[in-house]
Design a protein around this ligand. Structure first.
Ligand code: G3P
Ligand code: CA
Length: 244
């Protein structure tokens, strides 16, 4: 991890250049030497932790329906690459364990940002399962947790009080500020639009806006020494950070 530089965190792996939240996307984030990787977790019908952004498989795969109504075996039949580009035909939907395996194999030493996708569907027990999955590994990298759902963060905090947490928001930030004051979170992950409109920030808050894709937004965040940026284009961001 680079000291005092704004971290470049690869959004859904490398969403801009690879099929999001697939092993191909995470491999690209690693190869681009990103400081961090952001990903999203859901729960399958047979209670496996599934890496995908949407609650439904429709947008990114050749299937239809909700993740929570499918088993891991059913999810593994889907193609998660072809819709992005035929060049990625055959990419599968990964589990959180498979992502951890890749990061260990690749000797990743950055930050893994796990977003609990509990704002639209309530996945009972997902916080415990994520905790077990992370705790049973001796991970050589840091894991931080984020969610739009404050309740999920509260549950995670109870299970892992020493971990780092960030509240996600687009514009409604009051809840995040209250959570920071109650020491439930160390960071905020706001939309980049919000960051550009709000010059004032709480002191001692880690701030990693999303989704920072435009070069001007990257430069804005780098120049203000924000904690990190969450970007679909980690390779481009790493180059721009070197040049300024
Ligand atoms: O973690 C930042 C960002 O991923 C939050 O929004 O919808 O892309 O998961 P979304
Ligand atoms: Ca996310």
């Amino acid at each position: 991890m680079t000291e005092n530089l704004t971290e470049v965190i690869a959004h859904r792996g490398s969403k801009g250049t690879r099929p999001e939240n697939t092993i191909a996307a995470f491999q690209e984030a690693i190869d681009a030497r990103s400081d961090g990787i952001e990903t999203d977790v859901h729960l399958s019908a047979d209670r496996q932790l599934i890496i995908m952004h949407d609650e439904k498989v429709n947008r990114t795969t050749n299937g239809t329906g909700l993740i929570v109504q499918k088993t891991l075996a059913e999810l593994k039949e889907l193609d998660a690459g072809y819709k992005f580009s035929p060049a990625y035909k055959g990419e599968r939907v990964p589990t959180l364990d498979e992502l951890l395996d890749l990061l260990i194999t690749e000797k990743f030493h950055g930050v893994l940002n796990i977003e609990l996708k509990t704002n639209k569907i309530s996945y009972v027990g997902i916080e415990e399962l994520v905790t077990e999955t992370i705790q049973k590994r001796d991970l050589p990298f840091k894991v931080i947790y984020s969610s739009f759902n404050g309740e999920s963060i509260r549950k995670m905090h109870e299970l892992n009080p020493d971990s780092e947490y960030a509240k996600l928001f687009k514009t409604a930030y009051k809840n995040a500020m209250l959570m920071k004051k109650s020491k439930l979170i160390q960071g905020i992950h706001p939309s980049v639009k919000w960051v550009k409109r709000h010059k004032y920030l709480l002191p001692n808050v880690l701030i990693r806006p999303w989704t920072v894709n435009a070069e001007s937004d990257m430069v804005f965040c780098f120049n203000r020494r924000m904690t990190g940026i969450i970007t679909d284009y980690p390779r481009k961001a790493m180059t721009i950070r070197k040049e300024i």
